[in-house]
Design a protein around this ligand. Structure first.
Ligand code: DX5
Ligand code: ZN
Length: 217
């Protein structure tokens, strides 16, 4: 699959979200970090903001739910206009049922793993998903240092995807930058979330192009 770059609006100016979406119009998706101050120690935005953002941009929204009780909330993000919804397996009561519900409502279903959560117990769930997200920092904040120890998990996950012949996107999120993206692409990731490396750059659109070129190399 082609490389995808998903800028994270967590590092954007929340008072100018429509403009910030426009600033990265060449991106494949916009990554929207939803935090509830329970699953992670930070609070961001919820359904009404996703609804407004979906109306304000043509770029599809990739909603990353770092929240408790995703079984209850995830379907509402599909209704709000998200094209992909990611729940954390550590918080989900019934991940298979939830993935099926997200798909049935018309969005791509994705499951995320915190750094300390292994992939192996979830091998049999992979066919239920459109994307798997391996966190490469502890979720909660932008601008953290990439965890190199996640490279072997990315590699093992790519092997499982190949072994089962699945058409499953492998996303990574956290600390993705010009100095880390090549290692991650080499390990088998194909969807790259980048917050500070895009919105912290003088020219966010150019940063997206640069990351894409590096990941494709
Ligand atoms: C962190 C969020 C990330 C965050 C990444 O918990 O899930 O999406 O925006 O930020 P950077 O790219 O700055 O590490
Ligand atoms: Zn995220």
């Amino acid at each position: 699959m082609a490389v995808q770059i998903n800028p994270s609006i967590l590092s954007a100016d929340f008072a100018r979200l429509a403009d910030e979406a426009e600033a990265v119009a060449g991106a494949d998706w916009l990554h929207v970090d939803v935090m509830d101050n329970h699953f992670v120690p930070n609070l961001t935005l919820g359904v009404p903001v996703v609804e407004s953002l979906a109306r304000a941009t043509d770029t599809p929204l990739d909603c990353h739910l770092m929240i408790e009780a995703p079984d209850r909330w995830a379907p509402q993000y599909v209704e709000a206009g998200a094209s992909s919804v990611t729940f954390h397996v550590e918080a989900a009561a019934a991940p298979v049922r939830l993935a099926r519900e997200i798909r049935a409502k018309g969005a791509r279903a994705a499951m995320a793993l915190r750094p300390a959560t292994p992939i192996e117990p979830y091998e049999d769930l992979l066919p239920e998903l459109d994307m798997l997200l391996i966190m490469t920092v502890e979720p909660g904040f932008g601008g953290q240092a990439f965890l190199d120890i996640m490279l072997s998990k990315i590699r093992r996950t790519r092997e499982l995807i190949s072994k089962h012949g699945l058409d499953l996107w492998l996303q990574i999120d956290g600390g993705v930058s010009a100095s880390t993206i090549e290692r991650c692409a080499e390990a088998g990731a194909d969807v790259f979330v980048a917050g500070s490396a895009v919105y912290g750059a003088d020219d966010p659109a150019e940063a997206v192009r640069g990351l894409r070129a590096q990941a494709e190399a």
